[in-house]
Design a protein around this ligand. Structure first.
Ligand code: MRU
Length: 349
């Protein structure tokens, strides 16, 4: 991807720079985040979004929380770190990469109890950069693993945005398309527009088109007839959290797509890094599902499209049962079939 979705500008005294994804595709603007509040707000309003990108932003965010710490009091330093971490953890509940990244930063701090605040600060900066760098390499690996399931001439479909804008490099599900293209395979992609916030139309169509991939935008409600007409050979989506039994939480509208895929005999693949698995959860029933502002449905873009005061239900994610998922591509290889044993074999430590 030729875009820096997340960038750390400068040395340890620098700042976090993010593409403001709420403005795409109309405007390409960079947000400068210098406080934990800036990072919390960017995550909450989806200026930075997508599970891996949220994790990287949170790692830098918790670093920003102690970046300006003055003095030698290590207990006070740790307290400030913990408070920032807890604060950022509350920004969005579903994508586990957020808490995964914060916990990883926390473990680094715990592993150096005798370090001074200045030393601990430096170590935390290095760790945030490492999380960012590792995410880039993981995207490449996901692309290589997932593209094994793409044949030359394939027609593919995706939902939401699991691309460069959702990660540090070229994505999870969309990494598969980019890798297939690099391998010389000719592919065509249908992108669901993804109501209510249109990540498919605004972000996926934008980034695939920019990268020269043949992409056709459809409304979510058209996926059924497109699948029925035999125009789709496989579906690839990302994930926000995957439970120990392989149930997958992803953007609202993923579950009905998986049901349609089963009905029409189309393989349904999930592409996700190991950091998206939450083996502490037995099943997808335990995944917390974020509910968002009703205005996203009634007044999403432009004039109001619903009667004023109407009751609205706006869950941002749904859960697809493992039984509907053909396989999960990870940086460690395939989870296939998607069963508890197979998840633990591939992802368990
Ligand atoms: O609400 P969003 O835009 O953060 O939702 C993003 C998704 O659901 C993506 O499909 C998921 O995070 C995978 S990102 C590689």
């Amino acid at each position: 991807m030729a875009v820096d979705t997340i960038l750390w500008e400068g040395d340890a005294n620098g700042s976090l720079r993010l593409i403001d994804q709420t403005l795409l595709p109309a405007k390409y603007e960079i947000l400068d985040c210098r406080t934990p509040e800036d990072v919390w707000g960017a995550i909450k309003r989806l200026s930075v979004r997508g599970a891996p990108a949220i994790g990287v932003a949170a790692a830098y965010g918790v670093y920003i929380g102690i970046q300006g710490f003055d003095g030698n009091d290590r207990a006070a330093f740790d307290k400030q770190f913990r408070e920032t971490s807890d604060y950022l953890a509350g920004s969005r509940p579903t994508a586990v990469n957020l808490v995964w990244a914060l916990n990883r930063m926390g473990r680094v701090l715990e592993s150096i109890p005798d370090a001074s605040p200045a030393e601990a600060r430096e170590r935390l900066f290095q760790e945030a950069c490492k999380i960012h760098e590792e995410d880039r390499a993981i995207c490449r690996k996901l692309g290589s693993v997932g593209s094994e399931a793409v044949s030359d001439g394939a027609n593919l479909l995706t939902h939401c945005n699991a691309g460069g804008l959702a990660t540090s490099d070229y994505g999870t599900a969309l990494a598969v398309f980019y890798a297939a293209k690099e391998q010389g395979k000719k592919i065509r992609v249908y992108a669901d527009e993804t109501r209510p916030l249109l990540q498919g139309a605004r972000l996926t169509a934008w980034e695939l088109h920019r990268e020269g991939i043949d992409v056709t935008l459809i409304c979510d409600s058209m996926a059924g007839s497109v699948l029925r007409s035999g125009k789709v050979d496989a579906i690839f989506v990302g994930a926000d959290r995957i439970a120990g039994n392989g149930d997958v939480a992803n953007k609202i509208g993923t579950y009905p797509l998986a049901v349609l895929a089963r009905e029409h005999g189309v393989p349904f693949y999930v592409v996700a890094p190991v950091s998206t698995f939450d083996l502490s959860l037995e099943s997808g029933d335990e995944i917390p599902i974020e509910e968002r502002d009703p205005a996203e449905i009634t007044d999403g873009f432009g004039p109001s499209t619903a009667p004023s005061g109407i009751d609205v239900y706006n869950p941002a994610f749904d859960v697809t049962p493992a039984s509907l998922v053909t396989g999960i591509a990870t940086e460690r290889g395939w989870v296939r079939p998607v069963s508890r044993d197979e998840v633990h074999r591939v992802v368990g430590d």
